[in-house]
Design a protein around this ligand. Structure first.
Ligand code: 13P
Ligand code: SF4
Length: 303
């Protein structure tokens, strides 16, 4: 039996389903039941009938799935797969901001750990942040933790007063305009597609800015044959599946999220067999962290 067949068999025996983010290795995306961006996966997680969710991504994603589905078992193939940005805000500053500003909404990028979600009014992802911030009644928006996404949203929603935090994604934030332009020089017809976690300088030279699924959708619908992709290179799997004749390039230093790459087929099989890697979040903390996630899902659909 191949490892893929063993995973399939074990998945059926345990009544499990596999969710995977676009940044994990191609062989994982290939066997996953659902592949998507953070928002899509958090929506899917609320609609599953299976008892066990194996979440192939980083810890804030598995945590969110557990918070939204306390009755389900959520397994992470590698509990050390973590997003550094998810810990780049802090409770003390959130409380200070709440004292300093009236009419404040604490808006928490979903790439945050549960202790930050608990203290926030609403969560957002890169695919719904503009819509949700626009729909909030508050004038003042303290956006945690990502400064780049916050600046991108602030430009789109000028009627709000943004208070920025200094968090960032080490992978997206380190992409260099010079390295992107070096690719552009070699492929002058290529369109530049960027994730809003990139710096302002990169976003300024982009033809399109959007979440990972936004980038994948744009590449599929656009007439261009070549694209320079300014996000994590795991999206290549979906891009090439959707567009077998189009060409995709990356900044010269290929953006790779080492935490996403920790997930392997062997680790998936191991947690399915043993039940190790379970996410545990205690009640009532879990209920408090659930509110901003539920508000995101509600506003993401309604507004
Ligand atoms: P998406 O919201 O586009 O899935 O991005 C998640 C992420 O981790 C980006 O680095
Ligand atoms: Fe976090 Fe960046 Fe990795 Fe996304 S790519 S999970 S933001 S470190």
């Amino acid at each position: 039996m191949t490892i893929q067949e063993e995973i399939l068999q074990c998945k059926q025996q345990k009544d499990a389903i596999i969710l995977a983010h676009y940044y994990v290795r191609p062989e994982i995306q290939e066997i996953a039941d659902y592949v998507g961006d953070s928002f899509y996966l958090s929506q899917v997680a609320t609609q599953l009938k299976e008892k066990v969710i194996v979440f192939c991504g980083v810890s804030f994603m598995g945590e969110s799935a557990k918070i939204l589905n306390p009755e389900k078992t959520v397994l992470m193939p590698d509990l050390s797969a973590d997003c550094p940005m998810a810990h780049m805000a802090d409770a003390k500053t959130i409380l200070e901001m709440r004292q300093k500003y009236d009419d404040l909404a604490v808006v928490c990028y979903i790439n945050s750990d549960a202790t930050l979600k608990e203290l926030s009014d609403v969560c957002v992802t890169s695919s719904n942040a503009v819509k949700i911030v626009k729909a909030l009644p508050q004038k003042n928006i303290y956006f945690i933790p990502d400064r780049n996404l916050a600046h991108f949203i602030a430009q789109k929603v000028p009627e709000k007063n943004f208070i920025f935090h200094a968090g960032y994604c080490p992978i997206h934030d380190s992409m260099q305009v010079s390295e992107i332009m070096a690719q552009k020089a070699e492929h002058p017809n290529a369109k530049i597609l960027a994730h809003p976690e990139c710096t302002q300088n990169v976003l300024e030279i982009a033809d399109y800015v959007g979440s990972t699924s936004g980038i994948i959708q744009f590449a599929k619908q656009d007439d261009a044959d070549e694209f320079i992709i300014c996000t994590e290179e795991g999206v290549t799997y979906a891009l090439e599946q959707d567009n077998p004749t189009k060409k995709f390039f990356y900044p010269k230093t290929t953006p790779v999220c080492i935490d996403m790459k920790k997930i392997s087929l062997e680790k998936i099989l191991h947690v399915l067999r043993t039940g190790e890697g379970e996410i545990q979040i205690e009640h009532p903390f879990r209920e408090r962290a659930k509110k901003p996630l539920e508000k995101m899902l509600q506003l993401g659909i309604e507004s």
